[in-house]
Design a protein around this ligand. Structure first.
Ligand SMILES: Nc1ncnc2c1ncn2[C@@H]1O[C@H](COP(=O)(O)OP(=O)(O)OP(=O)(O)O)[C@@H](O)[C@H]1O
Ligand SMILES: [Mg+2]
Length: 227
């Protein structure tokens, strides 16, 4: 079982947005996926409620998170996605202790980048693999990334932090598509670019998880299993 934890000490970086889109994408691809909302704000719980009857199961992770994860393991679930609150809490420590990979979304502005260091420290202290994902980034122009994204990459390179080579661009339809419990992959052609970025991030997560398990030797966001 692989546990992907979305964590950032800063609020509003896109944890819940990416968790919803990726869990939906993974569910369509593998069918064996559980979403856990460990944030008392309940963003994903609201989204899941709007979906109505849905084969993608969501469980409340604000209490008894360890038990929920262990039950998923016994049930043979392949992928577990855990959305966490922005402040340090028992839920985050619990979630992180189970993480195969921690995804740390960040926006590319200086205040956001500075806050990522705290989240990296939490991951490092727990000795869990993590990867930073640039979210809410200005679009690439003619294949070249924005100065903001380039600046963010330089900052993380200086820290030696693993960062996804792609980006999730700031796109209204990434937020809009969640309004009625949907996701980007439910949309038409105009959502294609956003859907491609979500698919690209999912491939990167799969590669990193395979690298962590020692079954993939190509380029990945994170290649090293936690000791
Ligand atoms: N790539 C994006 N493009 C456009 N809007 C986005 C993008 N990512 C996130 N948003 C919007 O930014 C806001 C914050 O996103 P989200 O709620 O996913 O962040 P969060 O990290 O879960 O926040 P919190 O820390 O409060 O739980 C939301 O309004 C969401 O719709
Ligand atoms: Mg959230």
């Amino acid at each position: 079982m692989n546990v992907i934890v979305f964590a950032s000490r800063k609020g509003g970086t896109g944890k819940s947005t990416l968790a919803a889109h990726l869990a939906s994408y993974c569910f369509k691809a593998s069918g064996s996926c559980l979403l856990i909302d460990a944030d008392p704000q309940g963003s994903l719980t609201l989204w899941h409620h709007m979906r109505g009857s849905d084969a993608l199961i969501l469980k409340d992770g604000t209490v008894g998170l360890n038990d929920t994860i262990e039950q998923a393991r016994r049930d043979g679930v392949e992928w577990v996605f855990i959305d966490t609150p922005p402040l340090m809490s028992d839920e985050i420590s619990e979630a992180i202790s189970h993480a195969t990979l921690i995804v740390i979304p960040t926006r590319p502005a200086i205040f956001d980048l500075n806050a990522v260091k705290e989240t990296i420290d939490v991951a490092t202290l727990a000795n869990r693999p993590y990867a930073v994902v640039l979210n809410g980034v200005p679009p690439r122009r003619l294949g070249t990334e924005s100065p903001m994204a380039a600046f963010a990459r330089r900052s993380f390179a200086a820290l030696g932090a693993p960062v996804w080579s792609g980006q999730i661009t700031h796109r209204t339809n990434l937020a809009m598509s969640l309004n009625d419990g949907g996701t980007i992959d439910d949309g038409g052609m105009e959502q294609k670019l956003a859907a491609e970025e979500i698919a690209g991030l999912w491939r990167a997560i799969e590669n990193s998880v395979d690298a962590i398990h020692g079954v993939y030797a190509g380029a990945a966001m994170h290649q090293k299993a936690a000791a």
